[in-house]
Design a protein around this ligand. Sequence first.
Ligand code: NZQ
Ligand code: ZN
Length: 394
Amino acid sequence: MLNFNIHVPTRIHFGRGKIEDLGKELLTYGNKVLLVYGGGSIKRSGLYDQVLQVFQNNDITHVELSGVQPNPRISSVRQGVELCKKHGIDLVLAIGGGSTIDCAKIIAAGASYDGDAWDFFTRKAKINYALPIGTVLTLAATGSEMNPNAVISNDDTKEKLGTGSPVLIPRFSILDPEYSFTVPPEQTAAGTADIMSHVFEQYFSPTSGTFIQDRLAEAMLKTCIHYGPIAIAQPDNYEARANLMWTGSLALNGLLGAGKRTDWATHDIEHEISALYDVTHGLGLAVLTPYWMHYVLDEQTAPRLAEYARNVWEIEESDDIIAAQTAIKKTAEFFKSLNLAGNLKEIGVQQEHLTEMAEKVTSRGPLGAFKKLEYQDVLNILQMAYDGSKPWIT
Ligand code: NZQ
Ligand code: ZN
């Protein structure tokens, strides 16, 4: 295990009715709030009205930025920054999924910066200050509610880039699993795949001696495999929604990656896909993951993939390579059982863009840590995922 520092200052309010804590949290930071939300799911569910009631009960004034899109755009960030500067906002409150939260984070950073917020992504500027951020989570997936990261798309440059800073970690997050009852099946499935991918990116690591992180990771994978299908079949199953929601936060709050080198190649490749085609992040990950696993499987990586096979899928096979191949097949079948696409064609990717995506994503250097991937490796993975043949079935 490597040395590490960890500090996760988000106050979590988890459970039914926890919106009752919102007023007190907000007043800790002031009484002028920028409320950020997406395309309207919070209005349909009634959450919006509940939050307005909290504002009224606590004499909180608010300004709104609505319409934040999935794969949030820098244009929404710019609108939010303007509102913060104009109205002297004290706190940015995001209500929604990862897109809304990420947008709110960069608005909060942009409000304390004189230049354009896209500078944070081109590395022209570093995020040193941000307004306080709070969240009410409605979709279990990204972990953004408890982490320092944000991913934003730029329609002009066709880029989707990430950034991060400790000052972007939400001060508080309200996690009421009931708010995720209305998440449609395809988003529940994509969210489950995203959570699993976050675990994979940290579990498949070249660092040894991380028994505790690895067993935690396996428990999280098992939770997704158990509760993902239940949440899809029974959207208002509290137990399933609660377990997925808490797993989503734990999977990407620094806990699993502490003391390890982590991979993130699959995420890097997926971000190129959602930058060009605006596809749902978790859907892209579900397609790529089995192909990535298949491509990185060799004598050196087989023991860890076999550990995944035995501890998560309970595959009783003594040969590491065969165990690993069986687990890859199980992973692909699991995503298929959630009705997620099995190849890139199905999600609208065109073959002519594969080279461009591979070039772009490796332009800053090779990807991954579990196994390093150069341009040709990424292209091979994209090509396999595009063709959709199932090379793990021997
Ligand atoms: O916009 P609304 O109307 O709210 O609808 C959303 C949206 O259409 C809907 N939704 C959310 N909660 C709902 C609901 N519909 C009904 N009932 C509810 N309770 O779901 C759709 C997708 O929402 P979105 O926020 O885009 O989903 P997700 O949470 O998966 O976020 C994806 C974004 O986060 C980034 C992704 O790249 C993508 O841009 N990521 C952020 C990370 C981070 N900050 O740490 C890490 C991740 O790896 C990821 O890259
Ligand atoms: Zn993700």
